[in-house]
Design a protein around this ligand. Structure first.
Ligand code: N2P
Length: 375
């Protein structure tokens, strides 16, 4: 990872970081996944359970087993499909989740709203493994609340059976004439900020704009191609590509590369117009932070994931780029040298963070509903 480029990333994020604010999200019903731990010091025979709330297929499942063998702690995973789903669930009162995995802009929102616990760095032995470029992010200065987990981009998944040259433009999804060629066989992420982000980039606007007219243009663009979509889908879109039900997908780099492992014709491209990049983070919920017994398990989990061998194994399974510098020696060279995973300078210059949008979240939410309900 070239330093100048990474500094550029941070600067770009800083620019896109607008004032944080509530997003007026209604949320869904609260959920209590409490592990019944009362935080007392009494020795207990109760099984030790850690609850994580994360994205689908975002960890090598063998690592849950290894962690349990080493510590006796069982990890129970619950899945969300977007940062907004995660936020809504917590705001609605869900308690019991220990570690959550929000992206950059959502970390900033959650910090602003006091939803995250602070980390005691003295309890994390492996912090030195992290690439310094990721240890003072603008969305969480000094990693006060979260540790970086993986980073990646949002581009286009495609199947080489359909192409002589790769579909290197968002036009293949957003231009109605081009999209008609794969009518009914295109998926977009069921993710408000990501859907708008790619559409805005195609239109030449900032992925995290707060301008209502620009957002309306992006909304109309998506509504204009909606008839050609198979679905909005974030958790299983790579499976739809594998079964051939979809031929093009707006998607996240690693998910599509994992599908490529099962079908070599599937590939991923960062379009010429540019793309969104994100950093996902391991954060601790406020309620977990108030329980010393839960925090004991959480520090073990965060430190385990930050170990060089564990981070390398994890990257080799998920195919997302790791912020763990010490892991590089153990990462498959094919991944390290893959430009769509570790982009070159020229590609990096075309990437942007979504950034927080403050009160404009309400505009996004309203227009996202309009997109979803359009015929
Ligand atoms: C993994 C999803 C990656 C999360 N399946 C994108 N922020």
């Amino acid at each position: 990872m070239k330093k100048a480029i990474l500094i550029l990333i941070i600067v770009l994020f800083s620019i896109s970081l607008a004032a944080c604010g509530g997003n007026g999200n209604d949320g869904n019903n609260g959920n209590d996944v409490s592990n019944g731990n009362d935080g007392s010091d009494e020795v207990s025979d109760e099984p030790k359970v850690l609850y994580v709330y994360t994205w689908s297929e975002y960890i090598d499942p063998d690592l849950y087993t290894l962690f349990e063998e080493e510590t006796g702690i069982t990890v129970i995973e619950d899945i969300f499909g977007s940062n907004e789903d995660l936020y809504a669930k917590l705001v609605a009162g869900a308690v019991g989740y220990d570690v959550i995995v929000p992206s950059d802009y959502m970390v900033a929102m959650m910090v602003e709203e006091g939803m995250l616990a602070k980390l005691d760095h003295s309890r994390l032995d492996n912090l030195g493994n992290l690439d310094p470029t990721f240890t003072d992010p603008p969305f969480d200065p000094g990693m006060e609340h979260c540790l970086p987990y993986f980073w990646g981009t949002t581009g286009i998944g495609f199947n080489w059976e359909d192409w002589d040259d790769a579909p290197n433009s968002w036009a293949y999804i957003f231009d109605p004439e081009l999209a008609a060629e794969f009518s009914g066989q295109i998926s977009m992420l069921d993710d408000m900020r990501e859907a708008f982000g790619s559409a805005l980039i195609y239109l030449g606007y900032r992925a995290g704009t707060t301008d209502e007219a620009e957002l309306a243009e992006a909304r109309d663009l998506i509504i204009g191609i909606k008839e050609h979509l198979y679905s909005f889908e974030s958790d299983t879109y790579e499976d739809l590509m594998l079964t051939g039900e979809t031929r093009l997908a707006q998607g996240w780099s690693g998910d599509i590369f994992v599908a490529q492992g099962e079908d070599e014709n599937i590939d991923y491209i960062i379009p010429l117009e540019g793309a969104v990049m994100w950093v996902d983070n391991l954060c601790v919920t406020k309620d977990a932070g108030e329980d010393p017994a839960r925090m004991d398990m959480i520090y073990q989990w965060l430190d385990f994931l930050s170990r060089a061998d564990v981070a390398a194994q994890n990257t080799n399974w998920v195919w997302y780029a790791s912020p763990n510098a010490a892991a590089e020696a153990g990462i498959d060279p094919e991944i390290l040298n893959y430009p769509a995973i570790y982009p070159d300078d020229e590609t990096f210059a075309r990437l942007q963070y979504l950034g927080t949008v403050g009160d404009a979240t309400e505009i996004y939410s309203r227009m996202w509903t309009e997109i979803k309900s359009a015929d």
